[in-house]
Design a protein. Sequence first.
Length: 423
Amino acid sequence: MFLPAGYPQSVSPDYLRYQILNALQAFCNSLASLLSSRAILQGFGVGDPTATPTGALLLTILQDVCSRLTTIFSAHIFGSSLYPEAKTYRLLADILNDTAVILDTLSPWFHTLSIPGLRIFSLCLSAAFKSLCGICAGGSKAAIAIHFSTPLAGKGDIGDLNAKDASKETVLALFGMLLGTLIVPYVTTPSATYTALFILVALHLTINYFGVRGLILRSLNRQRLSIIWITYRKSATFQVPIPSVTAASERIFERSGIIRDVDTHEVQGQCTIGSSFSDILRSPLPVELLDVFDQERYILWFDPRSLVHHDGQDPARSLTFSGLRHLHIFLKEGYTSTDQLRAWVHAVEVCCDRSILADDETDPLEIIRTAHRTISSKFSDFLSKLCAAGWNTDEVAIMTGAPQLVITDIIEGSVEPEAKKTR
């Protein structure tokens, strides 16, 4: 009744484990929500003879305004990142939800403090967090549902899968409310309420963490592709790790574009894809760089803050490194998902290959050239082994949204004006 048609062949192998943990966390959340709902009613004035219906109505309107504004702005800011970083936003959604639950539960206590407007502020902030949770959860759940409905062999029915998930959530919410009606009347004192709340929140987040941690996504985002390429280069036989091995090395919360060593976990560099040339034109750009990428649909170069320019020398030979190496990927017109893959592994190669990172005096252009030769000789083999290992190379999530600008043409060593892209 609650499993998709064709189970287990119609879903990915990690489906059942995730659903079991998801059911447990939903049950904990249902109980915690009952405690917060009671506190919200108290915050609206239930039991307070001085409270008025008009005051409760105005507070509800204020919360609704905060919620709707948050939805509008958060969808614009985070919308394009939800699919590539589904794990991050799935767990973040639960953290935001629990933060809202805690604020709601504490609202009666805020009312006792001699701080004007604190209770109203906490309830409005809670509404904003719930709205932000809805955006994060909605987008990340959609990405996870797509993953579950695309097993290695065959294809599942995402509509049936979502319907069965909604059915399960309804049943769990019902059981949670029924159990809550038996428990909540006995949790009346503030100390008992807060103790029960924090136990439920701790269980909720812990279960969610293990649930998200157990997801074995086969789509390629920046972090996963970095792990795969570094592992491939370090392997004596140049083997690509399978999705389950890569998932064990993933960080759920990682800074955007950070490239780490898979063994030491030290930050090796950072890369931004889809940049504009205006991001790097504050420092001299070697003319030979355009020749290196003449046959590519991208250009790779360092952020000016990563380089030191020595005056009075040939611009192509007067650059040295300073601090963390930050690269930019500039895409050319007609780029494809394969070009994004190639550009990103090129950046990872520049950051992590110790054979070309002798010292800070190494010529940056020569590092780009050396890494490009490596990519040119290894990329075809790498791409074929990606497919053989079970990775989905058709749906690439390297870049979130559209690039800032796209290079339309290069004439006589100069970059033509770029065509601006809108999201």
